[in-house]
Design a protein around this ligand. Structure first.
Ligand code: B1M
Length: 210
């Protein structure tokens, strides 16, 4: 097995100590940092995304894989000029106003970061005006909103309305997710997409930005 395939396997199995060691070894052997990221770390994380979507991997395993990926990236970051760091696009994310649930959102963040997105994570209990300010300050291509409570779902619509009022709606795609959310709710409030899980959210953003 090549070093790249080995590194992918270490990410898939969530072996962060192994992923760190092998990444360092590959750096010491003069392998291009971007090749290590694309052919080793990201290749592994792409498999994780597919398996998670298929129900063959579960939340704790995905978190271990994301950690393995991050330990490798941390070693490589200083070796790569910012402009060369692969980025799949910028996503502003938060859990909506009144809602404190963040485990799912954090999983979406980890999966997206591992897939090369630049993430601005606003946190939880984010009011529409704060999302609007985030769009003005960070100019993301996508806003991702999470809600776990039926009572906080309307805050997603309020946020879309606030973007419209500020004339920002056409400058950004809006995607939503969380246990009570559905595609029909996304259609109803005029969101650009819905994702049932972290892997699907990553695919959705990739497709919307492409
Ligand atoms: Co809360 N809670 N909770 N809770 N909680 C639920 C959601 C609930 C279903 C439990 C129940 O009654 N069976 C219920 C909601 C009922 C409803 O609205 N219909 C509920 C309630 C009622 C409450 C409180 C009101 C309880 C109370 O105080 N009386 C309160 C509300 C607080 C508030 O938010 N204002 C509350 C509080 C809490 C805790 C603080 C104790 C804790 C949260 C800790 C934290 O997040 N830091 C908590 C938890 C842990 C849960 C359960 C048990 C688990 C949620 C979770 O983390 N799931 C939950 C019951 C359950 O789901 N079994 C429950 C794991 C996570 C990986 O899945 O979040 O669905 P999930 O994320 C998935 C997808 O949904 C998707 O991807 C993720 C990964 O695949 N996804 C996105 C999520 N966000 C996305 C965004 C995207 C795309 C995909 O953007 C594009």
């Amino acid at each position: 097995m090549s070093n790249f395939a080995n590194l992918s396997e270490l990410v898939i199995s969530g072996n962060y100590a192994g992923a760190k060691d092998l990444t360092q070894k590959m750096i010491d052997n003069g392998i291009e940092p971007l090749e290590i990221i694309n052919q080793g770390l990201m290749a592994g994380m792409n498999v994780v995304g597919v398996r998670f979507k298929a129900g063959d991997m579960f939340v704790p395993e995905v978190m271990m894989s994301a950690r393995a990926m991050s330990t490798g990236i941390e070693l490589l970051k200083p070796l790569i000029a910012d402009k060369d760091m692969p980025t799949a696009g910028k996503v502003l994310i938060g859990t909506v106003k009144g809602d404190l649930h963040d485990i799912g959102k954090n999983l979406v963040v980890m999966m997206m970061e591992s897939a090369g997105f630049e993430i601005v994570d606003l946190g939880v209990d984010i009011a529409p005006a704060v999302f609007v300010k985030g769009v003005k300050d960070h100019k993301p291509q996508v806003i991702a909103m999470s809600a776990l409570l039926t009572t906080t779902m309307p805050a997603m619509k309020d946020t879309i309305e606030a973007l419209k009022e500020e004339g920002l709606r056409d400058s950004v795609k809006v995607v939503i997710g969380g246990a009570p959310i559905s595609q029909s709710f996304a259609n109803e409030i005029g969101a650009d997409g819905y994702a049932p899980d972290a892997a699907a959210a990553t695919d959705l953003c990739r497709n919307l930005i492409a």
